[in-house]
Design a binder for this molecule. Sequence first.
Ligand SMILES: NC(=O)c1ccc[n+]([C@@H]2O[C@H](COP(=O)([O-])OP(=O)(O)OC[C@H]3O[C@@H](n4cnc5c(N)ncnc54)[C@H](OP(=O)(O)O)[C@@H]3O)[C@@H](O)[C@H]2O)c1
Ligand SMILES: CC(C)CCC[C@@H](C)[C@H]1CC[C@H]2C3=C(CC[C@]12C)[C@@]1(C)CC[C@H](O)C(C)(C)[C@@H]1CC3
Length: 613
Amino acid sequence: MPSVKYQRGDMVMGRWPGSSLYYEVKVLSFDAKSQLYTVIYKDGTELELREQDIKNAAGFQTRSRSRSRSPGRRRSRSRSPARTTRRTSSRTAAAVAAAAITENAPSSRRDARLKEALEVRLSPLDQTIPAENNSNNKHEQKEENNTANKVNEVEAEPEKNQSRYNLRRRKDDGDAKQAEVKPEQLEEKEAKLAAAPAAIPTPLDFGGKIGAYFWLLFLPAWVLFVVLQVNLEDPSLANFPPPLPPLETFWDAQAFGFVVLWMLFQALIYILPIGRLSEGMPLRTGERLKYRTNGFFAILLSSVLAAAAVHQGFDLTYIHSHFLQLATASFLISALLSIYLFVRSRYAAPEHLAFGGNSGHVLYDFFKGRELNPRVKSFDLKFFCEMRPGLIGWCLINFAMALAEMKLQGLDAPSYSMILVNLFQLLYVVDGLWNEEAILTTMDLMHDGFGFMLAFGDLVWVPFTYTLQAYYLVSHPNPLSLPALATIVTLKLVGFYIFRTSNSQKNAFRRNPSDPKLSHLNTIPTATGKSLLVSGWWGVVRHPNYLGDLLMALAWSLPCGFSHLLPWYYMIYFIILLVHRDSRDMTECRRKYGSAWDEYCRTVRYRIIPGVY
Ligand SMILES: NC(=O)c1ccc[n+]([C@@H]2O[C@H](COP(=O)([O-])OP(=O)(O)OC[C@H]3O[C@@H](n4cnc5c(N)ncnc54)[C@H](OP(=O)(O)O)[C@@H]3O)[C@@H](O)[C@H]2O)c1
Ligand SMILES: CC(C)CCC[C@@H](C)[C@H]1CC[C@H]2C3=C(CC[C@]12C)[C@@]1(C)CC[C@H](O)C(C)(C)[C@@H]1CC3
């Protein structure tokens, strides 16, 4: 080793990434080019540190009770990231370090200065390798499933360099402050960190605090507006404010009862020990939750129930004539559920909260959701609400609209437009339920807290606004020519193909990165141990699944014609939703993957539409 401050074999104190905590480490090597020391912690984790992040052990000896321990041996007072690694056996040192950043970060209010000092960036040593160099599917070396062994291997063979990461600060002025932290101040800061809630200072989405007020009022008001419009002969945005029905018409005990029964019926199917138990993605704690993925069975049983009800003489057009009352009942249930979710999240452990879902602003957190996977025993509330009552309810409502069309228009069979809308959307839902496991790798399940936005979205927005095309056709017939019909069907099938194959590709890759079926795909490694697909669908645009979804949305609106904007509402809303979702996902992925994500974005330049956007 050249003449540098610390020599190979020196026992020094190395800062643990994302914290102000120093642990005893052994210097393994120094890279003159990058000016980084490779050090090994006592638990076997290897990291690359800058000189500023290393201190002589001498200054720490007066109060060494906990500071001299490696992260892997610390007590639970401030849960050791490295210990988590061992227990869960599924994360890289970097993933663990990243968790340390999030789990230990203090709230901005409590200690803004400390937060500034904590901002670090982890990047893989080999991040400069161009994507082409990985073309023969190297992801198996990098993926999280394999990395626990790496950490353990390092313990057995400390000299062998594996899982190395650079530790650099985003802001160099933070270095100076950090370097000034005196050893005797560390214990106090350590305690602060341990006690700090998982309030992670992230930029607020959806317009922040003010935005949350707005959305809380606007979303229910918008549903009311469109539900009142769709009944009018000439629905238009210009009909504002719409004539409001008397207040008492909103409430109908029977409609409320039906909604409650529907939810209970779906909940009953969900808890039946029928169907696969699928594993979710690893959580921050390393835990993997299990989900009963029997959605396809649920829609089959629901269809049997609907058929039996019709057979028994129940008039399903009740849904058409009591749409407003059913929507009101669902809204009340979603509001109660959101309150319950918010209250229970106050008692949830910090590591169970969603990243960024704990801003400290009550209304914002209520809207965005705090707890990532709220469960009552093994009953997962978010998964259930997203995949069952609203989604299957959407198909039931569409079917009821087809019956209502026949009744009101005096038809023997539903119109072609109605049949297309029904079949297209049924295919979408059935596909979602058939591939229910794939939802476990989506943003909602992996990142978003469960609060008003999703509860309302799942239980009110989906069943009562996604059905507007079918509702519209009940009283606004739109005959279709054969060429128009063929074009629309083709569009739907193309969209569906892109949507399904891209979602399946990502899901299969996330579940088993070494899947032989994906061995032809190129990948980019990231510091977290996960890789990013950079060829196949995910090499065409960054969100090929959104592209397919948008084409399908177009095919859902076209059968309704161009007389009114209302049936195009879904298309317009969906563009806004997906563009916003894409930008949220970009922010989240940049946070997670750092420069590897930038590399991906340089390689795959367009977000959703090739050559356009
Ligand atoms: N009908 C509706 O109302 C509606 C609304 C919204 C969404 N959707 C549909 O729902 C589905 C899921 O959407 P979503 O918004 O959750 O997004 P998604 O595209 O399924 O998931 C995004 C995540 O995929 C991973 N990822 C991104 N790029 C990758 C790459 N190159 N290689 C490997 N993994 C990559 C990242 O997570 P990790 O790296 O952490 O795994 C990222 O956070 C989509 O098909 C969408 O069209 C439908
Ligand atoms: C403005 C707000 C009220 C927004 C609410 C958004 C939610 C309604 C959507 C967010 C993610 C969506 C989603 C589906 C339905 C609508 C959302 C819950 C989905 C379950 C539809 C079936 C698909 O096959 C799917 C499983 C891919 C999909 C997943 C995402």
